[in-house]
Structure formats: C-alpha cells, structure tokens
Ligand binder design. Structure first.
Ligand SMILES: Nc1ncnc2c1ncn2[C@@H]1O[C@H](COP(=O)(O)OP(=O)(O)O)[C@@H](O)[C@H]1O
Ligand SMILES: [Mg+2]
Length: 421
C-alpha cells in the first residue's frame, strides 16, 4: 500500500506547492494550500518510513535465505566428500563409467589393481584390456539397470572376478554406471585345492582297500589254500589295514595342525631331539644307517613340544628311510639370527631338482613304490611345513640327487613375559 500512497502524497504536495505560486491567489487560499502541502509532506514521510521498515524486513529475509542456501551448499559438498571418501576407502575396486564406457572415476583400489595413477577420461576397454567387461558395461547401458557376470582380467595379471554394474543416475547429460569387481581368484584356487585333496585322499584309501578286498576274496574262495599262503595273505591284509590307519592318523594330525593354534610352552630342545633319535633307533638299525647328533646344549624354545617332536621324527624317519645302507644322518641344532635351527642332513638317495619344489605338497612322493615300501603316506613333510609355519618359522631343503639331502627348520626364539627363554 505504502509504495502507492507515497508517490500520491508527494504528487499532491507538489501540485499544491505549484498552485501557491499562482500570482492572483488570495492569501487565505495560499495559506490553506501550504498547510495541506505540509500535511502531504508529513504523510509522504510517514509512508516513506513504513516503506523503509518493510524494505529492511525483506532485506533481512533475503539475507537469511542466502545463509540457508549457503549452509545447504556446504552440507551438500560435505555429503559429496563423504560419499567420495566412502567409495575411495572401499577395499574393492570401484569404477564409474558413462554409457559410452568412458571412465569418469576410479577409486584407490582400482588404481592399484590396474597400476595407473590416473584413469579418468579413458575408455574402459583401453584401461582393462577386457573385452568381456566392456561388453557387460554396454549391456548395462542398454538395459539401464543392473548386470552381473564372471569375467577374467588378464591385465596386469590374471584375475577371475565377479563384475557387477548398476545404474547410478544422470549427471551433465550423461548416464553414469558403477562397476564393482570382486576378486574370486584365491577362492577358486582354494576350491581347486580342496577338490584335488578330496580326490587324492579317495585315491590313497582306494588302493589299500582294493588290496584288502581281493586278498580276502581269494582266501574266501579257496578253502583248500595252504596254511602258509593263507598266513602270508592275512599278513598282507594286516599291512594294508595298518597303512590305512597311518594315512588316517596323518590326515588327522594335518587337520589338527591346520585348524588349531599351537599351545606353547618353554622347553629345552636337546632332550626332544634325543627322544626322537631314540624312537627311531630300531628303524635306523634296520636300514643300517648311523645317526649322530651335534646339539647346542642350552637351546630353549617357546613352542608346542609334541609338535616339534613330530617335526624331528618326520625329518629323521625320511633321512633314515631314503638313505643307503651304511649311510649316515646328522642332526644339528644351533642358534642363528634369533632363530633356533634344527638341521637334519643325510647321505641318502637325494631328491631330483625338479621334484624339490613339490615335496612339501600333500601326497607328493618322488618314488611312490619306495615310499610305500617304507610305510610312507606322502604327508610327513606337509605336516612338517604346517607345524613350522604355524610357529612362525620356515623350512628349507637342499639336496643333491644320489648324494644326500639337508632339511633345515628355523624357529623364532620368542622372548615373551611368560616364556622367559
Ligand atoms: N631325506 C630325504 N631324502 C630323499 N628323499 C626324500 C627325503 N625326504 C623326503 N623325500 C621325498 O619326499 C617325499 C615326501 O616325503 P614325505 O612327505 O615325508 O612322505 P613319505 O615319506 O610318506 O613318502 C618322499 O616320498 C620322498 O620321495
Ligand atoms: Mg615321510
């Protein structure tokens, strides 16, 4: 209202002032006009003040509104930053592409995976060299939805991944899509190892079971069989049954070592080695192998005593069994770089260099027949490796074919409060 009244009152005042300037105007009229003009000016002032108050209130409102917009903007950038930090900190590679498969964003893990410092603005195909992933991206763009598939990346190294692509929305007149890659390489490898292991175990059990069955069947089908032959067959059945028991025992040991952390105690190493040598004495005599010990007397370990005994027994039995008549075995212990070292060296048949990397695998044997004749299961060294690694140690082997082998176990001498080694 005020903004219409203000010019009206000003116009009336100005009109009246102009009238007072007329030459023949009676004095009374002039005074009356002047009085009304004064009133008009006062009225104009009144309306001007009201207008000013309204203008100030509006200015304040505008200012408040501006502040609100600024706070909103700040919150928005904070949210955006949070979202980016979330994506960047994700432990899986995440890429953002547009509908033409051009890369708009790559998180830290994605950059590490593909070995780039900067990836945006390039084509997904040129970056990953994976045509399947590129096709999957185009499929997502066509459907404007979510797609998922297993793809194999070959750059910079082979990886089997589960790729999931989903539509994010529109930005700068482009449709954006997120690509998440889930590495399944290790999982597939473990699955393969498990399948191989089950197949190996079945195979190992099958052979003695088949022998037992055929021997028992022969005895069953021939009631007139000479007592001597029958006795021999029965002995073979017992041997095969023992073999099955040994495999089952070794498998149980392996499972136990794999699934449980060793319960440790402090003990002197020397008596453990002496015990192992004593337990293998009869075996050494049978093979005409001489066993000698060179032991550092004061060496103590913080480890699982039974498991360390098992390690020495397994290494010692191999050194005796895969030896030559009149051969020798030396068991040494010493300290080196904060480790206790147990060394078992033999003058045996040795291991061909191509077989060396495989001897710690479960069921791997260089000479199956010889191992079998010696009552081997192919699990002894796998058990050794597992026990040693569960103790934070390492096992290594040096061997020369037909000359001899040396197995070396290094175990950390951990000095802890409760160990007081
Ligand atoms: N000291 C050694 N000298 C020669 N060959 C060895 C020795 N120790 C292990 N091997 C080879 O490694 C294979 C795996 O050993 P191991 O796991 O103890 O199984 P096993 O003794 O039951 O066959 C053996 O079959 C043998 O061929
Ligand atoms: Mg063995």
């Amino acid at each position: 209202m005020s903004f219409r009244w203000l010019p009206a009152s000003l116009a009336v005042s100005a009109g009246l002032i102009a009238l007072t300037a007329l030459p023949n105007l009676p004095r009374a009229w002039r005074e009356a006009f002047l009085a009304v003009t004064l009133g008009g000016i006062l009225l104009a002032l009144y309306f001007a003040r009201r207008l000013y108050i309204r203008y100030s209130a509006l200015r304040q409102q505008l200012h408040d509104l501006n502040e609100q917009v600024e706070t909103l903007n700040l919150e928005l950038t904070r949210q955006q930053r949070r979202r980016l930090a979330l994506i960047d900190g994700m432990p899986i590679p995440l890429l953002i592409c547009d509908e033409d498969a051009m890369l708009r964003y790559a998180n830290r893990v994605a950059l590490e995976w593909f070995g780039f410092r900067y990836m945006t603005g390039k084509s997904l195909l040129a970056l990953t060299f994976c045509y399947d992933l590129y096709l999957l991206m185009l499929k997502a763009a066509r459907r404007m939805g979510t797609v998922s598939s297993e793809v194999t990346l070959s750059f910079p190294r082979e990886r089997h991944v589960e790729a999931t692509i989903w539509y994010l929305g529109e930005a700068d007149s482009h449709h954006l899509f997120a690509i998440a890659l889930l590495d399944k390489t290790e999982l597939l490898h473990l699955e393969q190892v498990r399948r191989d292991f089950v197949a190996n175990v079945s195979h190992e059990f099958r052979t003695p079971l088949a022998s037992i069955r055929s021997l028992a069947e022969t005895i069953h089908n021939d009631p007139q069989m000479p007592l001597e032959t029958r006795q021999r067959f029965l002995n073979l059945i017992i041997q095969e049954a023992d073999r099955l028991t040994r495999i089952a025992d070794d498998l149980l040991t392996l499972t136990r070592v794999e699934s449980l952390q060793p319960v440790k105690e402090v003990f002197a190493l020397e008596p453990v080695i002496q015990q192992a040598i004593q337990e293998m004495e009869a075996e050494a005599q049978r093979h005409q192998v001489h066993v000698r010990a060179e032991l550092q007397p004061d060496l103590k370990l913080f480890a699982n005593r039974d498991q360390i005994l098992q390690v020495v027994l397994n290494l010692l039995s191999n050194a005796i069994r895969y030896n030559k008549p009149q051969g020798s075995v030396v068991v040494r212990t010493y300290q080196e770089d904060g480790n206790a070292v147990i060394e078992v060296a033999d003058t045996g048949i040795g291991i061909p260099s191509e077989a060396l990397p495989r001897i710690f695998e479960r069921f791997y044997r260089v000479d199956k027949t010889r191992s079998r004749e010696q009552g081997g299961t192919g699990l002894g060294l796998a058990i050794v490796k597992h026990i040693v690694e569960a103790h934070g140690g390492q096992v290594e082997v040096e061997s020369e074919y037909r000359v001899g082998s040396t197995f070396r176990v290094r175990l950390p001498i951990t000095i802890t409060e409760d160990s007081s080694v």
